[in-house]
Design a binder for this molecule. Structure first.
Ligand code: MRU
Length: 360
């Protein structure tokens, strides 16, 4: 992703080879603030308090958190405690657990003095894999947009998305944004309806920021507007990201996704989910089993924005108690297909081990 002509990944190792650079996403779209993580506990805070967020980026940040922990103290005890502490930071996106397991498996049998180096090597590979996965998701989703553009004789393809599953939620490209950027870059006219995504406004603050920097035409809408736009045939395609998909194809994503899927189903509008393989949780059968993060009420009772003098302020918008479930489940029956790095799928494939067993 480029900002003002300079390419950035959402997370990168600094030149010293060990500390980690992230963006403080709480400050966007007002300010681009870089943060250096030097300690495991800083990585944990950055995840818990959403300086950094989005399922694949949580994975990368958690893995680097474990690297920082092992750099200081490679003991078995610190490895186990740090794994547990980082895993507990956010419960819903399964990518975090996947990445922590990857690093744990890469280091646990090694002598202590080799652990930090091996952890950094595996984490760097996780980050590079994420970039390549998202590039492939883009290539596999692009024909969908091309086809709609052809059917509309080149008129803009209107894509609706919820939350942020862009570059800022991954290491680069994004999942849902990857095919959109590719379509835009090859000259296909696209326009994105960006759900603001209350309460944290990831759509209005982050997706819109990214699309603006890439030059993609877009319009922010209130979360409640999507159904109406679908009824009026002003949406051609919905694409959303996900924090966890289970064996039966149920999709967990940012709260409000389910309502968009219902509206798309009622209006015969294709509803696609873009995901990398670490987002599939083969340990769970159905979406009902996914832990749904309950976040603080303040995210609902307050809202942040810029006042006319340019200062960013938070104001209270209700005196009443508030509830804040952060994710919901879209049943597989409402999903048209899954855009993955392995292709455009209409169901979640069996785990690779099972497929191999069937062939042999
Ligand atoms: O609570 P967040 O902002 O971390 O939630 C993120 C989302 O729901 C994303 O859409 C999802 O993680 C997919 S990221 C490619």
């Amino acid at each position: 992703m480029k900002i003002d002509g300079k390419h950035y990944r959402s997370i990168e190792l600094n030149d010293n080879g060990w500390s980690v650079r992230i963006f403080d996403q709480r400050k966007l779209p007002w300010e681009l603030v870089f943060v250096e993580l030097t300690e495991r506990d800083q990585a944990a805070v950055a995840i818990r308090e959403m300086w950094t967020r989005g399922a694949p980026l949580l994975a990368a940040t958690g893995a680097y958190g474990l690297c920082l922990a092992l750099r200081k103290d490679p003991s078995d005890e610190n490895l186990k405690n740090s794994y547990d502490l980082l895993l507990a930071t956010r419960p819903t996106a399964v990518n975090l657990r996947w990445a922590l397991d990857e690093v744990m498996n890469a280091v646990k049998t090694l002598p202590r003095e080799m652990r930090a180096q091996a952890a950094y090597a595996r984490t760097k590979a996780i980050c590079d894999e994420d970039v390549e996965i998202n590039r492939r998701i883009g290539l596999n989703g692009l024909p969908l947009i091309r086809e709609i553009s052809k059917q509309k004789n080149g008129k803009p393809v209107n894509i609706l998305t919820h939350c942020n599953a862009g570059w800022l939620a991954t290491v680069d490209y994004g999942t849902i944004t990857s095919p959109i950027y590719m379509a835009h870059d090859e000259g296909i006219a696209v326009h994105v309806w960006v759900d603001e995504t209350r309460p944290r406004n990831q759509g209005a603050s982050l997706t819109a920021y990214e699309l603006a920097h890439h030059g993609v035409p877009h319009t922010v809408i209130a979360d409640n507007a999507g159904g109406h736009l679908m009824q009026r045939r002003q949406v051609d395609l919905c694409i959303v990201g996900t924090d966890r998909v289970v064996r039966n194809g149920d999709v967990c994503n940012k709260i409000g996704t389910y309502l968009k899927a219902l509206a798309a189903y009622d209006n015969n509008i294709p509803f696609y989910v873009a995901l990398p393989y670490p987002t599939i949780d083969y340990t769970l059968e159905s979406g009902e089993d996914i832990p749904i993060e309950e976040r603080g009420a303040e995210e609902v009772t307050h809202i942040e924005g810029q006042n006319p003098t340019g200062t960013v302020e938070k104001v209270r918008i209700t005196q009443s108690p508030a509830a804040n479930p952060a994710f919901d489940i879209t049943p597989a029956r409402y999903v048209t297909g899954y855009i993955t790095e392995r292709g455009l799928l209409n169901a979640i494939p069996e785990p690779v081990e099972v497929q191999k067993r069937k062939v042999s």
